[in-house]
Design a protein around this ligand. Structure first.
Ligand code: C2E
Ligand code: MG
Ligand code: MG
Length: 689
């Protein structure tokens, strides 16, 4: 059975394009393929069991072969066999260069049964080497070497090749050098390489390759084309040395060129480079970035009094605190001495928002740097001054750094341990925003909020209801528009207590009106902020309020916006629950969001409010007129009531009326007014009719 299989394998080897034979542990032929028989000019009968390959080797080759065998015992695998060039004698007495390699050995339980060898005829290669003796000189060289044919198929490799790449000759021969590809070079790299070889016959350079074990390494490779007498390419010879370790040394050098030795932070050069990249990136992304110039306030004193070593330790600690303060993607650099720079990327697309974020981070950094520095037995104190500038596009890197430096100088002048924007208006805007925030916190306690009421009328100009609009009676600035403080209130979550106050006050007002001769039928529309609506207890809160105030819930209409519908399930559930107790809903600012019709059909709303931006353009922009007509038609189909807000002119009212919108709100009828004015207005209008 075993024999039968072996016979089959032997006949298989008769068809391969290389010589192959098996031999027993003592070297006697066990099988020989057709090609080897042809080379040696013998029949199988003459050789098998009788002769050894060594019988056919030239004396010099026998020497190599014997040395190898006696030193190493029977070759077991390819990797064990050094690729030394050998020569065999043919029957006609001529010699033939071969490359011999062991392929695999078959073992019994205790010992080696046979070894299969591969023999490659090197005549061609040697002839094609055009007189160059590649065998000895090249193959003993410590450089990794491979020879390919003109198609790039590897014909031969040396020991050093195997040592460096990890691939044995048997694994490499028949492949192309692409087997070593690391994927680190792109197509144009290889194109340039081949262009150079075509033009000059040579290429030299660094190449990143991959070893058999997957490791990436750098080699210095030179490839030369071998030409025959007619000048056409017959072979390529590649020779390379592994320069990975010297490459690492180079990397270290370049690291040193771009980093500060003490803190390992990027230095000014690298920082400017990254700044330049950030400028181009923000040009594309439209996001604001910020650059900080950080200067320690009293570092010099520490350095002078306690010596450079202490100073160095403080600097290292500063570097660490700065690193900790920023996000990944941001950069911290040491510019010189006690000067550091920070690059914050992708802060925000809104200028003021970006400024607020940068300032918050700046304050965090100031706080972190003013913590004590425990060095040795002593605690040191040190603060910093920061100058910063926001940027998006424009400016050059060095100009930005200069601005931040100037701003830093301003913050030093203003008493240290602070931060300053280069842009003074930004500084002012932020300061205003900051004091607004502080005052907003007090506004509820000090009862500075007022509700204004803006009538909502039907086609007969009868006032059916009003929208409740918040005003802040600021002690110094007078009445402040909600547009100026609602965004800030949302950000600080102050909108929650404020919104609760609005709802409570509106409910209380509805209760008061129950006995009012004209106002008893008024419906109040209350704006609800997304944050408020998404509170998990929103439904419970409104339900409790309605119950506590004892009002008819039908008099209460909540205005929601399209942006709230992001979480469809949650929105629908909450609205249905409130609808069940009788509360109504209006969709505010309709048309400005992205609601699709399908969203609308699922929501239990009674009224669509056409946004004033469309109403404003009626008669001015045809497209807006068409949008208004479409919204009205759609609302009717879905059986929603439709109301237009921001109606200022009779022409707008007429257009809306003609197209089927019968409810209006806007300056044409009344501006938002305080409660007493609203009640007066109600009385006057009711008397008129
Ligand atoms: P909104 O809900 O769309 O309110 C309509 C806004 O349009 C009001 O501005 C109103 O004064 C204004 N307006 C009404 N008629 C006309 C008109 O004919 N022409 C013009 N040009 N404008 C008109 P206001 O009072 O400044 O409120 C602005 C926004 O502030 C409101 O927009 C609403 O989103 C928000 N807001 C107001 N009060 C509250 C509140 O109590 N809670 C919440 N969360 N947001 C509120
Ligand atoms: Mg509204
Ligand atoms: Mg609106």
């Amino acid at each position: 059975m075993l024999l039968a299989i072996e016979g089959e394998i032997d006949s298989l080897f008769d068809r391969v394009p290389f010589g192959s034979h098996t031999e027993s542990a003592d070297g006697t032929f066990l099988s020989i393929n057709a090609l080897v028989l042809a080379w040696l000019g013998h029949t199988r009968e003459e050789l098998i069991g009788k002769r050894k390959l060594s019988d056919f080797l030239t004396p010099q080759s026998q020497e190599i072969y014997r040395r190898y065998r006696s030193e190493n015992g029977p070759p077991l695998s390819m990797a064990d066999l050094p690729l030394e060039p050998l020569e065999i004698f043919r029957r006609d007495g001529s010699s033939m260069p071969i490359s011999l390699s062991a392929m695999l050995g078959a073992h019994s339980a205790s010992h080696l049964l046979n070894t299969r060898f591969m023999i490659i005829d090197m005549t061609e290669s040697r002839l094609q080497m055009n007189g160059q003796n590649i065998s000895a000189a090249i193959f003993e060289s410590p450089s990794g070497t491979f020879v390919t044919d003109k198609q790039g198929t590897i014909l031969q490799v040396n020991d050093a090749f195997t040592t460096i790449t990890g691939f044995s000759a048997i694994e490499a021969i028949g492949q192309t050098p692409r087997m070593l590809s690391s994927g680190r070079h792109n197509l144009s790299f290889y194109e340039a390489l081949w262009n150079s070889i075509k033009a000059t016959g040579r290429w030299q350079g660094e190449m990143w390759n991959r070893r058999k074990n997957g490791e990436i390494y750098v080699e210095w490779l030179s490839i030369s084309a071998v030409l025959d007498v007619s000048g056409s390419v017959t072979n390529y010879v590649g020779s390379f040395t592994d320069i990975t370790s010297s490459k690492n040394a180079l990397d270290l050098l370049s690291h040193m060129a771009y980093h500060d030795a003490l803190t390992q932070l990027p230095n000014r050069r690298l920082f400017l480079d990254r700044l330049g990249q950030a400028i181009s990136a923000s040009r594309r992304s439209q996001f604001f970035n910020a650059i900080f110039f950080v200067d320690l306030d009293n570092f010099k004193a520490i350095n002078d009094a306690f010596g450079h070593e202490t100073g160095d330790l403080v600097l290292m600690e500063v570097a660490q605190r700065l690193r900790n303060a920023v996000r990944e993607g941001d950069s911290v650099a040491r510019l010189s001495g006690d000067e550091f720079a920070i690059l914050l990327v992708d802060l925000d697309s809104q200028h003021l928002e970006a400024a607020a974020k940068a300032r918050n981070l700046g304050e965090k950094i100031l706080a972190a740097l003013s913590q004590t520095y425990p060095v040795g037995q002593q605690d040191f104190h040190c603060s910093a001054s920061i100058g910063l500038e926001l940027f998006q596009d424009a400016n050059t890197a060095s100009e930005l750094l200069q601005h931040a430096d100037l701003a830093m100088y301003q913050s030093k002048k203003s008493g240290k341990n602070t931060l300053r924007f280069f842009d003074q208006t930004m500084q002012a805007a932020l300061a205003a925003r900051f004091s607004l925030e502080v005052e907003l916190h007090e506004a509820l306690d000090k009862q500075q909020f007022r509700l204004f009421f803006q009538p909502q009328v039907n086609q007969h100009r009868e006032t059916l209801g009003a929208e409740v609009l918040l005003r802040w009676e600021h002690p110094r600035h007078g009445l402040v528009s909600p547009l100026e403080f609602i965004p800030l209130a949302e950000e600080t979550r102050l909108i929650l207590p404020i919104g609760a106050w609005v709802l409570e006050t509106a409910c209380a007002q509805l209760k008061v009106w129950e006995g009012h001769p004209v106002a008893h039928s008024i419906q109040l529309a209350v704006n609800v902020s997304p944050l408020q609506f998404h509170q998990h207890d929103f439904v419970a809160h409104v339900t409790a309020l309605v119950a506590a105030s004892g009002i008819n819930p039908k008099r209460l209409k909540l205005e929601i916006t399209e942006s709230m519908v992001l979480d469809m399930e949650d929105t629908v559930t909450k609205m249905q629950a409130l609808q069940k107790i009788g509360v109504n809903f209006a969709m505010d600012d309709f048309g400005t969001g992205f609601s699709s019709l399908s969203v609308l059909t699922r929501l239990p709303i009674q009224q669509l409010k056409i946004d004033q931006s469309f109403v404003r353009n009626i008669g001015l922009r045809d497209a807006d007129g068409v949008i208004v007509q479409t919204i009205i038609a759609m609302a009717h189909t879905l059986d929603f009531e439709v109301i237009a807000e921001g109606v200022e002119t009779e022409a707008q009212r007429a257009f809306l009326d003609k197209n089927g919108c019968k409810h209006f709100q806007g300056y044409l009828f009344s501006r938002p007014v305080p409660i007493d004015e609203f009640e007066e207005l109600l009385t006057v209008r009711s008397e008129r009719t």
